[in-house]
Design a binder for this molecule. Structure first.
Ligand code: AMP
Length: 215
């Protein structure tokens, strides 16, 4: 499957993407994960992106399009891909459209995970992430705590609250989402590609997507 996953930060795009990869071998492509990897590795890209990310702002479109232009050429994308956190702006969506024409790739759908704001706030402020860059397992102090508080079940590293998951940064990320990313729902509606899903549970969202795609 070749999908875009739309939705506010904390709507569950990453979780839904991971579940969908198990169905047909499509790869999850998360621009957020790629950028966090670059920050941890201390590359030029990471150095440029860090300030924007910590503040909850978007990284410039040009940097993101450079990343995606290369990523979509990689072999593993041939089985399908789930774009998680990209596109985030109308210029990114326009650039993606052009890129896909060039690569002769047709998208199946843009799935919008629609989740109420209070649910999102609660999810984001209680989320913890494994600090080991090769693991990055996600926990939730309320609904899915690690067995030992502060320690990752999978690799034993410390679990942390991401810098962009403080109340202030989250407020900014949601405002940025409303201003720059929410208009993409209308955009993909206009393209005839939109599937809107009331996604308070990731299993329900996955079931809706697989039903629509007949997989
Ligand atoms: P995410 O994990 O998808 O919420 O992304 C974390 C942060 O990475 C965002 O708050 C942005 O600063 C940056 N980011 C990720 N994807 C994009 C994108 N497509 N465009 C611009 N910035 C992005």
């Amino acid at each position: 499957m070749k999908l875009i996953l739309l939705g506010a930060p904390g709507a569950g795009k990453g979780t839904v993407a991971k579940l969908l990869t198990k169905i047909d071998g499509s790869v999850q492509i998360s621009t957020g994960d790629i950028l966090r990897g670059a920050v941890t590795a201390g590359t030029d890209l990471g150095k440029e992106a860090k300030g924007y990310m910590d503040a909850g702002d978007l990284v410039p479109d040009e940097l993101i399009m450079n990343i995606m232009g290369e990523r979509l050429l990689e072999d593993d994308c041939k089985n399908g891909f789930l774009l998680d956190g990209f596109p985030r702006t109308i210029p990114q969506a326009d650039a993606l459209k052009e890129l896909l024409v060039k690569l002769d790739i047709t998208l199946d759908m843009a799935v919008n995970l629609d989740v109420p704001r209070d649910v999102i706030m609660d999810r984001l402020t209680t989320r913890r992430t494994c600090s080991n860059k090769d693991c990055q397992a996600i926990y939730n102090v309320k609904s899915m705590p690690s067995k030992v508080e502060g320690i990752c079940d999978k690799c034993g590293s410390e679990t942390i609250q991401r810098a962009d998951e403080t109340e202030e940064a989250i407020g900014n990320r949601l405002a940025t989402y409303n201003e720059k990313t929410a208009p993409l729902v209308e955009y993909y509606l206009g393209e005839g590609l939109l599937l809107n899903v009331q996604a308070t549970s990731s299993d329900v969202a996955v079931a809706e997507v697989t039903k629509q795609l007949n997989v």
